[in-house]
Ligand binder design. Structure first.
Ligand SMILES: Cc1cc2nc3c(=O)[nH]c(=O)nc-3n(C[C@H](O)[C@H](O)[C@H](O)COP(=O)(O)OP(=O)(O)OC[C@H]3O[C@@H](n4cnc5c(N)ncnc54)[C@H](O)[C@@H]3O)c2cc1C
Length: 524
């Protein structure tokens, strides 16, 4: 017999299958010896009260064994002789587009400017060691895209449940833990993501697709309003290469050369709002104490605590973004004269620090410049990143300020220890950041300090600057066909196109673009 129950248990009970089994047996009056297996279907932490509970939905196998896999498998067959589709960018958008193309009987040819996910890691380590960013291999460019060296958070505000479950199942099929199917806030972790991404690439190649690293798309081949292919440069040899087929353009929010090319080629794009601010880093123990209402912090059985804040200041949202409990702050620039920060965490979220982006909603009308210029938000982003790099003496040592000092408009005379590897320099962020951002952050922090006692503290550190929260440009596409509004056979995809924000939503958008591309190819 198989039974499903919803139970509310202490963290120690939720921490081990054996404990859950005994709890269910006692609670439901079942002989524990007849329970052969327990599978957790849903897991969430309720930390609203002093006593913390874990809500579980469990499937209990009484006198029988589970027969099915824990995840739904997708069949990928051989597509080596099928029509080709060019996928530019091997981030989550491009990866999920490629896998879905295979399901639909098309052959993906992936062009990726960066290196494979393992080689890329060396360039990331070098940023801290040499203070230099490789413009083709960094935290945003390379196999796995911006999502590879991240927290690997897999939750999204999107409501398309079925599509989200598909994405999570495909991750499991390629090696992610099946706990992501149960957790309310699933994440994979930067230590586990590279292997999952490699496995996805192997599926593409095994089925007859191609993946070309260090191959940068330089322009689209457009024939009378129809894309017929793409030109690329091989960054190892310098050779020009041409690829033929419709194009799924999934180049992410940091490919500014792609936006510039599209603007020059008169491919319709428009300015889009972003959010701008800093990374805020607290000792993780302090966040655990606040969120779990206990001086002991998280104890043995709870994960590093998360938080989420949102408020309005002078008509703009001020909010926490992409929280990384037990994580690191990392240098996420994509070119030499920029300083950009972001966050990531290992799967155990076990470092001494918890960070999040603290950002202010920034609309195109807030940034000045020519209102007909589709790149004006990108120019604002670029200027701020360059200013930040100059404040850092033209290195990757990031300008930083203690949180309460920032709110009170004081320079910090010393800085606490931080996870940010390239190092920090004390800087008056309240003074040089754009007033529309710094003033709202100051007010927002005061409000967050009132909402959560202890959150506004000089133990917390602000690290500048967080600008790559989403794309500053939208590549305008048709709502139904997902093709570019004017150019046929061009499918702007994922975060860079302005239609996704985060790993899962980029994956969902990748799948949808592949489906629409399959319809387009079928009609040719
Ligand atoms: C440090 C960090 C941490 C993050 N943490 C999370 C998280 O925990 N959870 C979450 O949901 N989201 C997170 N994000 C955001 C998430 O990574 C992105 O939303 C997601 O990766 C977008 O997917 P994408 O495929 O649209 O674009 P990207 O992931 O940006 O991929 C674009 C790819 O295109 C390639 N490319 C660009 N130009 C060219 C060209 N001309 N030719 C060939 N290739 C090109 C790039 O090298 C890149 O690999 C994080 C981002 C960063 C930077």
């Amino acid at each position: 017999m198989i039974q499903e129950y919803q139970i509310r248990v202490l963290p120690v009970v939720a921490s081990h299958e054996q404990n859950i089994r005994q709890y269910v047996a006692d609670e439901k009056g079942i002989d524990a010896r007849t329970i052969n297996a327990v599978r957790v279907l849903k897991r969430s932490i309720d930390a609203r009260q002093r006593t913390i509970f874990v809500n579980l939905t469990v499937r209990v196998y009484i006198n029988e064994m589970p027969q099915d896999d824990e995840y739904v498998k997708t069949e990928y067959s051989d597509v080596s002789s099928k029509p080709a589709v060019i996928v530019v960018g091997e981030g989550p958008g491009g990866l999920f587009a490629s896998l879905r193309l295979i399901e639909l009987g098309l052959r993906p040819i992936v062009l990726e400017r960066g290196k494979n996910v393992r080689e890329r890691k060396i360039d990331l380590a070098n940023i801290g060691k040499t203070q230099r960013v490789d413009p083709e291999s960094n935290y945003c460019f390379g196999e796995g895209g911006a999502g590879a060296y991240s927290d690997g958070k897999l939750y999204t505000r999107s409501k398309k449940r079925g599509n989200i479950e598909k994405i999570l199942n495909v991750f499991c099929q390629h090696g992610a833990s099946t706990s992501i199917l149960a957790d309310a806030h699933p994440h994979i972790g930067t230590d586990k993501l590279p292997k999952v991404i490699e496995n996805m690439r192997e599926t593409i190649i095994r089925c007859g697709g191609e993946v070309h690293f260090q191959t940068k798309m330089t322009r689209l081949l457009i024939n009378a309003d129809t894309v017929v292919g793409a030109e690329a440069v091989n960054l190892k040899t310098g050779a020009e290469e041409t690829y033929h087929g419709p194009v799924i353009l999934a180049t992410g929010h940091s490919a500014r050369d792609v936006y510039r090319y599209l603007a020059e080629a008169k491919v319709e794009i428009e300015a889009k709002g972003i959010a701008v601010g800093v990374r805020l880093e607290h000792p993780s123990q302090l966040i655990d104490q606040i969120q779990y209402h206990s001086k002991q912090g998280r104890g043995k059985y709870l994960p590093a605590a998360e938080y989420s804040f949102v408020t309005q200041v002078d008509g703009r949202g001020v909010y926490s973004f992409c929280m990384c409990p037990g994580g690191f702050v990392i240098p996420a620039a994509t070119d030499k004269e920029q300083l950009v920060v972001n966050g990531m965490s290992p799967s155990n979220r076990g470092t001494q620090w918890s960070n999040s982006g603290m950002v202010v909603e920034t609309r195109p009308e807030d940034v000045g410049g020519d209102e007909n210029d589709p790149l004006r938000v990108m120019h604002f982003q670029e200027k701020l990143e360059r200013d930040c790099w100059q404040q850092a003496n033209m290195k990757q040592t990031a300008p930083a300020q203690r949180m309460a000092d920032f709110v009170n408009g004081r320079l910090s005379y010393d800085l606490p220890k931080s996870s940010y590897a390239p190092g920090l320099i004390s800087s008056p962020l309240h003074f040089w950041m754009p007033k529309q951002i710094s003033r709202r952050l100051q007010e927002g922090f005061k409000k967050f300090g009132k909402m959560s006692h202890g959150f506004l503290t000089n133990e917390a550190l602000m690290i500048a600057t967080e600008t790559r929260t989403s794309a500053p440009v939208r590549i305008v596409r048709d709502r139904e066909t997902l093709q570019h509004v004017r150019i046929h056979g061009l499918f702007p995809c994922g975060e860079g196109a302005g239609y996704a924000g985060g790993i899962v939503s980029a994956g969902v958008d990748g799948e949808r673009c592949a489906e629409m591309c399959a319809e387009y190819v079928g009609a040719l």
